[in-house]
Ligand binder design. Structure first.
Ligand code: HEC
Length: 152
């Protein structure tokens, strides 16, 4: 084995060991917002339109509910920590599982969808399916309006 091969094997071994050890670090004891847990669902909003409800779940509930489904590649540290932090930040701002419908502003949801503020651009760059078509936006907005009205 050449010197270079030895170095490559050794450094791969070290990286693998670090990766495996990362999986056992309960980082959320130090940074609570990195906890990838789903707290219990307290409120279940009855969206008036089944198709719209499905789209809300697929697109917005990822970060704004306690029903987050973490894809397989986000289950390993350190990606899992970053994903959990984004989800927990989203929940802090708006949580469909913890806020009763009357406390949620339909106007704000609609404005954020219309102006492409949500889903966040960074998220859309890695999840192309979150780039909403005009039809999908219209469906979400109609569902939000029907369910929540236009109260602040
Ligand atoms: C990748 C995670 C993520 C997704 C997906 C996501 N959001 Fe957000 N959302 C956030 C974060 C983080 C914040 C808080 C920071 C901010 O306002 O930019 C936020 C804030 C908001 C707020 C502001 C709440 C307030 O009172 O300040 C609204 C409204 C909102 N999101 C709506 C939506 C809607 C509607 C969707 C689906 C179309 C969606 N979000 C999808 C992460 C997300």
């Amino acid at each position: 084995m050449s010197k270079l091969e030895q170095i490559i094997w050794l450094s791969s071994g070290i990286l693998l060991a670090i990766f495996i050890e990362l999986q056992f670090i309960p980082i959320w004891r130090f940074v609570p917002s990195m906890n990838p847990m789903n707290p219990p669902v307290k409120y279940e909003i009855e969206w008036t339109n089944a198709e719209g409800a499905q789209l809300m779940h697929d697109i917005c509930y990822v970060c704004h509910s306690n029903e987050t489904v973490y894809p397989i590649y986000t289950r390993f540290a350190p990606i899992s920590w970053i994903a959990a932090q984004h989800v927990n930040e989203g929940r802090d701002a708006l949580n469909f599982s913890e806020q009763p419908a009357p406390t949620i502003s339909a106007d704000l949801l609609v404005a954020y969808i219309q102006s492409d503020i949500m889903p966040p651009a960074l998220y859309r760059s890695v999840h192309p399916e979150a780039n909403l078509t005009p039809e999908q936006k219209a469906l979400l907005i109609a569902t939000i309006r029907e369910t929540l009205g236009s109260r602040y």
